[in-house]
Design a protein around this ligand. Structure first.
Ligand code: ZN
Length: 289
């Protein structure tokens, strides 16, 4: 992908190199919740919001704040450009619907940090916290994408597009949140048994993939930034990450068998749907069979 024409965002909070003080009340439950959150590189709003309720009781969450702006290093500039393009795209989509888009902050961190949803660790992968409306991204995840997951060729531009897709997916969760969908899903899940609830969760994830596709479509129309191989690389990424999560399970992380974020085929299908249509209305994963 080409970065040169993408607008940069100044909503990148840079906590790289900061140490995260773990607050007293946060225990294994929080870590478990957030490990689940990071599974399949996405947020699970049911666990997040449910988890946050648990958190608010026992934790004295320490506030952490890094400088916010546009970082000057390569990775920071890349993240800022992708975030900037999502701001432009979603501002326009919302304006078209008579709404105002309030963009989220993206927190870059290394190792561990405090989030509005509890203690965040690098091993979790990127996630969106609906409580503080921030996307959390440990940039070592980008290296993992290249080196461990084999999702794309190391240092290649197609790898960049895979990384951009991961960010766009998290921004998709923010869009779902500000449109009121995440709270609705959470409410509906309260009355559901586990399989039903999981099935609804899959639809949330697939919709975020579709919204990432909508972003790619609109950004492409405006900046022609996609290069040959990029889309294939992004599609490959979803399945590659799924594999790694299974490895984590083998390493002793607790992941319920019943919990799923959709098959690779489904994820590819919905990203492609959004990419082809550029239309949010095409992302009704809740109505689709
Ligand atoms: Zn997700």
């Amino acid at each position: 992908m080409r970065l040169d024409e993408l607008p940069t965002s100044d909503r990148v909070e840079d906590r790289r190199g900061m140490t995260a003080g773990r607050a007293g009340g946060i225990g294994i439950g929080t870590v478990l919740v957030l490990t689940l959150v990071g599974w399949a590189f996405g947020v699970d709003p049911r666990l997040l919001i449910g988890g946050a309720e648990q958190l608010s009781e026992g934790s004295q969450t320490q506030q952490q704040q890094g400088p916010t702006g546009t970082p000057s290093d390569n990775t920071g500039r890349f993240v800022s450009a992708v975030l900037g393009s999502t701001e432009d795209v979603w501002t326009n989509v919302f304006a078209h619907a008579g709404k105002t888009y309030e963009p989220p902050t993206l927190v870059m961190f290394s190792g561990a940090t405090q989030s509005g949803c509890g203690f965040a660790q690098a091993a979790m992968g990127p996630f969106y916290c609906p409580i503080d409306q921030k996307v959390y991204l440990d940039t070592s995840f980008f290296q993992d994408l290249e080196q461990r997951f084999g999702a794309c060729d190391v240092g290649s531009k197609t790898c960049q597009f895979s990384q951009a897709y991961v960010i766009a997916h998290e921004i998709g969760h923010h869009v779902q949140n500000v449109l009121g969908l995440l709270p609705q899903v959470q409410q509906a899940q309260r009355a559901m048994d586990q399989p039903e609830s999981n099935s609804l969760q899959v639809r949330v994830e697939l919709q975020a993939d579709c919204l990432a596709g909508v972003w790619a479509n609109r950004a492409q129309a405006k900046w022609q930034f996609i290069e040959p191989g990029d889309v294939e690389s992004a599609l490959q990424t979803a399945s590659a990450i799924g594999d790694d999560r299974l490895q984590r399970q083998a390493q002793g992380y607790v992941v319920p068998d019943s919990f799923t974020h959709g098959s690779s085929a489904q994820r590819s299908q919905w990203f492609t749907t959004g990419l082809k249509s550029g239309d949010v209305a095409s992302c009704d994963t809740f109505r689709a069979q």
